[in-house]
Design a binder for this molecule. Structure first.
Ligand SMILES: Nc1ncnc2c1ncn2[C@@H]1O[C@H](COP(=O)(O)OP(=O)(O)O)[C@@H](O)[C@H]1O
Ligand SMILES: [Mg+2]
Length: 470
């Protein structure tokens, strides 16, 4: 190995090394141009030929302004000043980033050098990105309007008294920062309530749900708190933002809080008490402003007794408890839910609103609905899909699934009798007539009232009564 003193820098004016220098400069991807003090082009590399589509034979020996009237080189020679990373748009659809400096030899100005980098792709990509960003803003705005409608309290159906009390309580505490614990079996509407509380709260941030039972225990911490770059093996190089930070100025919904590992509970308590958290692998405390809503289908106070849940956290969480009754305890709401879901799914699948026989409705009312409203909704969707091509436009028992049909056979004699109940029959006949007429009149109420031969106000009243208003 030669020692450092022996390594000689190339002498660019040496004939042999000059050849080598040319090879070096030609292998560079940036366009290089050298002019003398009179702005006559003296050097033009391969990349410049390619970028500007001008051959060396054409440009060498010519004044640079003949080819580039706005060239920076005459300017830097005149001003004896360097320019760095100037954006230039020499012709349409072509963008460059240019740096140029005067060249001195033995203290005397001999010319200038410019280095142009093609930034067309970069600029085009950023333009696309900006366009995508502004499209995203529009979509986000539209989504927030849709979400507002979809998740508002007005979309929560139910007239049952205990249930109305729960809605009232949830509405009342929406605009405060009180922590809310929503209890109830799976499918009773806990998440629906949490979203409605968030929407009503007017908080500007996101609603961020996390289901503690769906995430392996060892991953919950990184999901919630995020981590810094290289915090542990397998961590993303960029680090990752956690759900708590994501919910800043919004609402964090901790679903199935009963499954929150005991080891994590003190950290959750800290966030609840002063909004403070730390990313895994970081020392820095981050202050957040979040509203926390929790939900569980477990009996947390029993878990506290058994030492499976921290007492201090439990008392923090349950400032307000909203209990959602299972569907079998509010059977009076089932007809309303069934009819609304039928309408919703008919709209979604683009079919005429189907009617439902009293017999089928009875089966629905008498089913035990272990999966609560979620199960009911799925059952209705299935039936609507099956009945969409029925000739009668009515859902009868032939469309009932086995599980519901089985119930139908075991219903009590008293319930069986209800199909002969004149009031029920008249009510259903009225409902069907309304559905048919509204279909025929294309939703035009004035026309519908005429066909039914009743005043328009009566039609409004009846549509409301049967939950058919749109
Ligand atoms: N009162 C209600 N009115 C209308 N839809 C409801 C109601 N309660 C629940 N749902 C619907 O039932 C499904 C399950 O509700 P969800 O809030 O996810 O229940 P949970 O979180 O308790 O398991 C969702 O599609 C929801 O929109
Ligand atoms: Mg849920």
């Amino acid at each position: 190995m030669p020692d450092n003193n022996e390594i000689k820098e190339f002498d660019i004016f040496d004939v042999e090394d000059g050849e080598l220098l040319k090879i070096i400069l030609d292998s560079i991807n940036d366009a290089i141009c050298v002019v003398d003090e009179n702005c006559i082009t003296r050097y033009w590399n391969n990349a410049a030929e390619k970028l500007y589509n001008i051959g060396k034979d054409k440009i060498l020996g010519r004044h640079i302004k003949e080819f580039f009237p706005n060239s920076l080189l005459p300017k830097i020679i005149k001003e004896r000043k360097s320019y760095d990373n100037i954006y230039n748009n020499p012709r349409e659809g072509c963008y460059n980033v240019i740096s140029a400096s005067p060249l001195y030899m033995n203290g005397r100005l001999v010319g200038g050098i410019s280095l142009d980098r093609d930034a067309t792709e970069f600029i085009k990509t950023s333009e696309l990105l900006m366009k995508a960003q502004s499209n995203l803003n529009v979509l986000e705005h539209e989504m927030s309007i849709i979400n507002k409608n979809r998740y508002s309290f007005s979309q929560i159906l139910g007239n049952n008294r205990a249930f109305r009390d729960s809605i009232r309580l949830a509405r009342d505490i929406s605009r405060s920062n009180i922590n809310v614990l929503i209890t109830g079996e799976s499918g009773t509407g806990k998440e629906l309530f949490a979203r409605a509380i968030h929407m009503e709260s007017g908080r500007e941030g996101y609603f961020v749900p996390i289901n503690c039972s769906a995430i392996p225990h060892e991953l919950i911490e990184s999901e919630l708190f995020g981590y810094t770059a290289g915090a542990f093996t397998g961590a993303l190089k960029t680090g990752k933002i956690g759900k708590i930070e994501l919910a800043h100025n919004g609402t964090l919904f901790l679903d199935e809080i009963g499954d929150m590992p005991l080891s994590m509970q003190p950290k959750i308590l800290r966030v609840l008490e002063n909004g403070e958290m730390t990313r895994i692998g970081s020392e820095k405390t981050i202050k957040t402003n979040i509203r926390i809503i929790t939900a569980t289908n477990k009996n947390l106070s029993e878990m506290v007794e058994a030492g499976l849940f921290r007492k201090d956290l439990y008392y923090r969480l349950n400032s307000v408890v909203i209990n959602l009754p299972p569907l079998r305890e509010r059977k009076d709401d089932i007809p309303l839910l069934v009819n609304r879901f039928i309408e919703d799914y008919c709209m979604e699948y683009g079919i005429n609103i189907l009617g439902i026989t009293p017999e089928v409705l009875d089966s629905f009312v008498n089913h035990s609905w272990e999966g609560n409203i979620r199960e009911l909704k799925n059952a209705v969707e299935r039936i609507v899909v099956l009945a969409r091509n029925s000739n009668t436009g009515v859902i009868d028992s032939s469309f009932l699934p086995q599980s519901l049909g089985g119930i139908r056979k075991t219903i009590s004699a008293a319930k069986q009798d209800s199909i002969y109940d004149l009031n029920t029959i008249l009510e259903n006949a009225e409902r069907e007539a309304l559905i048919n007429v509204m279909r025929i009149s294309g939703g035009n109420k004035a026309h519908g009232a005429k066909l039914l031969n009743i005043p328009r106000s009566t039609l409004y009243f009846k549509l409301k009564k049967h939950n058919l208003e749109k």
